[in-house]
Design a protein around this ligand. Structure first.
Ligand SMILES: [Fe+2]
Length: 238
């Protein structure tokens, strides 16, 4: 399994604050059935200068890799992406390629938390044509109270990929809804969206167990197929 959404890179956003915390998170993940992790720090166009962000991300990655080598901890394969908060004109940014997941054209987009508009949904749906991007909507569960028709347009658009957080499944308050969406084939990718080892731990294995407990051991085959495609393109380019 791949965790496609995490905030493990140290000192770059509101996720892991230092390499020590990152190592603990990675060690915890390595005990789970997860072989690859995408590290996806937040990118906000209104506060992050793209070049400064990309340099900070590279330095943070190098620091982490050096700490992993020194510590000798078991570690999953690590790849870098970002979680790009939506902004108008997102596809026109000259740096958008480098914000994608590895070498792929998959872009993890964090929609605004409220006030979805038809213009926003139209722009997201057109990014495949206008910018040759494959959009993955981050943590869909946070947007289910937005205008239902707009949410459905994204859920039903087969060119848009949908990611859900492990917490959607592990939280008893939302589990039923999460499993219903999963059963309807609405979820394409899973991520822990982990930020630390306390309130937002890497919890993907627990979510996977809940899914296979409900739908059987082959239930994750579709997710694994999407993961294979993402991994191939992230490592080789698309
Ligand atoms: Fe996130």
């Amino acid at each position: 399994m791949i965790d496609i959404h995490s905030h493990i890179l140290p000192g770059i956003d509101d996720g892991s604050r230092d390499t020590e915390m990152s190592l603990k998170m990675l060690e915890f993940i390595s005990g789970q059935d997860i072989d690859t992790v995408f590290m996806t720090p937040h990118f906000y166009a209104d506060i992050n200068d793209p070049e400064t962000f990309l340099l900070a991300r590279r330095k943070s990655f190098e620091k982490l890799v050096s700490a992993i080598t020194k510590s000798g901890i078991p570690c999953p394969r690590l790849l870098v992406g970002s979680e790009v908060h939506y902004y108008r004109g997102i596809g026109k940014s000259e740096h958008i390629d480098k914000l994608c997941m590895g070498k792929s054209r998959f872009l993890l987009v964090e929609p605004m938390f409220r006030d979805w508009t038809p213009a926003f949904v139209d722009e997201i749906r057109e990014l495949g044509f206008t910018a040759d991007l494959k959009v993955i909507i981050a943590h869909i569960e946070r947007y289910l109270d937005q205008d239902r028709d707009l949410v459905d347009q994204l859920l039903n658009d087969r060119s848009i990929y949908i990611q859900a957080n492990g917490e959607f499944f592990t939280d008893r308050r939302t589990r039923r809804k999460a499993l219903k969406m999963f059963g309807e084939g609405k979820i394409d990718f899973l991520g822990s969206d982990c930020h630390n080892m306390t309130s937002r731990k890497p919890d993907l294995e627990e979510a996977m167990e809940i899914i296979t407990g409900k739908f059987g051991k082959d239930a994750l085959a579709g997710i694994e197929e999407n993961n294979d495609m993402l991994l191939r393109e992230a490592m080789e380019g698309s």
